[in-house]
Design a binder for this molecule. Structure first.
Ligand code: DX5
Ligand code: ZN
Length: 227
């Protein structure tokens, strides 16, 4: 954690033939969570990873596993992904018919519940559950792939959410997912986010995951919250 901001490497851009090694490198560099993008080919076109990979990652690290469910009918998947070792279960409000019930189920298992907002979904879509959730994920790209460009409207959205959470005295953390880089990460944090997810800024040709994490940490070290 740098300056109160947590870093969640997303394995979506990792080298899966060396996944354990890459995760351990993130852990050593000071990552807080490992973010796992689960795509079902229906909520988003791509199919990524499922339960077996989450189980394998659970055996590879003690870090918090932040599960991002980009799936239809998330009420059917929350349980299995908790069984597989997920610590934070994030569901898209656009996919969940019974959002409140899923949050209850996750809490019953003493896990953390997160809700995700696509770029086109207003903050108001989570207002009723805001007192209940542990995390709100603001997508700064349309979900489905890593390496996309940061959508600027995510920043005022984070700021609006920060106000609602602070005014209500709620505990929810704000996570930004998509297009996070040493350029955008400090702006997310200044707007009020306290968790940033990054795939392509960490797993790339420009450096090792450790070096790239260091760059992100440096970018976050001077941030003034609410600036
Ligand atoms: C997008 C995923 C993100 C993605 C981020 O659908 O939810 O977690 O891996 O990738 P970058 O950091 O490259 O935008
Ligand atoms: Zn994600």
């Amino acid at each position: 954690m740098i300056n109160g901001i947590k870093l969640a490497p997303s394995i979506l851009s990792a080298d899966f033939s060396r996944l354990r090694e890459q995760i351990q490198e993130c852990e050593q560099a000071g990552a807080d969570y490992i973010h796992i993008d689960v795509m079902d080919g229906r909520f988003v076109p791509a199919i990524s990873v499922g339960l077996l990979v989450v189980e394998a990652i659970r055996r590879s690290t003690g870090l918090v596993l932040d599960i991002h469910l980009m799936v239809v009918e998330p009420e059917k998947q929350a349980g299995p992904f908790m069984d597989a070792g997920g610590d934070i279960i994030n569901v898209h409000v656009e996919a969940a018919t019974h959002l409140h019930r899923i949050i209850q189920d996750v809490h019953q298992r003493e896990k953390r519940a997160g809700v995700c907002l696509n770029p086109g979904t207003p903050v108001g879509a989570v207002e009723e559950v805001l007192p209940e959730v542990d995390q709100v994920m603001v997508m700064a790209v349309n979900p489905g792939a890593s390496g996309q460009r940061f959508i600027e409207s995510a920043l005022p959205k984070v700021a609006r959410l920060r106000r609602l959470i602070d005014e209500g005295g709620f505990r929810a953390e704000i996570e930004v997912d998509g297009g996070v880089s040493p350029e955008t990460a400090p702006r997310c944090a200044a707007a009020g986010a306290n968790v940033v997810v990054a795939a392509s800024a960490i797993f790339n040709e420009r450096g090792t995951p450790g070096q790239n994490i260091e760059r992100l940490q440096e970018s976050l070290s001077g941030v003034r919250r609410g600036a």
